[in-house]
Design a protein around this ligand. Structure first.
Ligand SMILES: [Zn+2]
Length: 128
């Protein structure tokens, strides 16, 4: 019977679930409530329906389905910014992860606000 080779886990490495829990805990409760709201779930789904492709990949002539609605500007729980669809963009998980790591203080980095200049590029896709 084939046996899966052991997976190397460096000492101190924490499981993804633990890290996610920590992240949720440190994230402010206001934002958490916003992301858990029914309105967000509905509007997020509608936005992804209208913007099915990752805009970041598109800039590099790649076509990847978007799975994340990203706030272009950090909203910090500010509802005006949070619900402003003109500040949303559809990203794939990979591009969102990259953005989060560089701007949201991922990998233990301090939060930075230097972001790539916004390109307002409207996406026209006919779904027929
Ligand atoms: Zn992407």
């Amino acid at each position: 019977m084939p046996v899966r080779p052991p997976i190397h886990r460096p000492v101190g490495r924490r499981e993804k679930r633990e890290r996610d829990q920590d992240y949720a805990r440190q994230r402010d409760p206001v934002s958490r409530a916003l992301y858990r709201s029914k309105r967000w779930r509905t509007e997020r789904a509608a936005f992804l329906h209208d913007h099915p492709l990752c805009v970041e990949c598109e800039r590099h002539d790649l076509i990847r389905p978007a799975s994340v609605v990203d706030h272009v500007d950090p909203h910090d729980g500010n509802e005006t910014v949070f619900w402003d669809r003109s500040r949303w963009q559809a990203l794939c998980a990979s591009c969102h992860g990259r953005k989060t790591a560089s701007s949201d203080g991922g990998f233990g980095n301090a939060r930075r606000y230097s972001q790539a200049p916004r390109e307002s590029k409207s996406l026209t896709i006919s779904m027929t």
